[in-house]
Design a protein around this ligand. Structure first.
Ligand code: TYD
Length: 135
């Protein structure tokens, strides 16, 4: 993937009197093949996670419990998204500097990714990100 992409996706919910179900499927409502799943929870108040970009990776972030704020920066533009609904996923693909903060105490952030964990795909230095962002 050469271009950065950020998109808020709304998933279809199946709700009835007994509850709500939201299915997530590779290459269907998730626009890539899911190769890895991880989740972040019990984040201390005031903690800021992320603070990196990726060369290639595509991920979808879903707050399956609680609420979290995600700030994305790409091509000189910065936007903050509030993930507070279980039917919302934030797609972050390619060279996007992102931070996750303001986790509520009950927040669980589920992340679906299109590749396995690979430290070589990370840009952890903000100055390096700025150089890559203008390419
Ligand atoms: P890190 O990238 O610092 O998390 P965040 O972006 O939320 O701040 O990852 C924390 C630790 O977990 C780090 O030692 C790398 C490890 N890790 C894995 O082993 N596999 C994974 O899929 C991820 C995302 C992280």
């Amino acid at each position: 993937m050469d271009t950065a992409k950020i998109q808020l996706i709304t998933f279809k919910s199946y709700g009835d009197d007994e509850g709500v179900l939201i299915p997530l499927e590779s290459e269907k409502n998730i626009p890539f093949e899911i190769k890895r799943v991880y989740y972040i929870h019990t984040v201390k108040a005031g903690a800021v996670r992320g603070k990196h970009a990726h060369y290639q990776l595509a991920q979808i972030l879903i707050a399956i419990s609680g609420c979290v704020e995600v700030t994305c920066e790409s091509k000189g533009e910065k936007h903050t998204y509030i993930l507070d609904s279980r039917d919302k996923g934030l797609l972050i693909e390619g060279m996007v500097w992102h931070t996750m903060q303001k986790f509520s105490s009950d927040a669980i952030l589920l992340v679906l990714a299109n590749d396995f964990y690979n430290e070589d795909d990370y840009v952890r230095e903000y100055d390096v990100f700025l150089e890559e962002d203008v390419k």
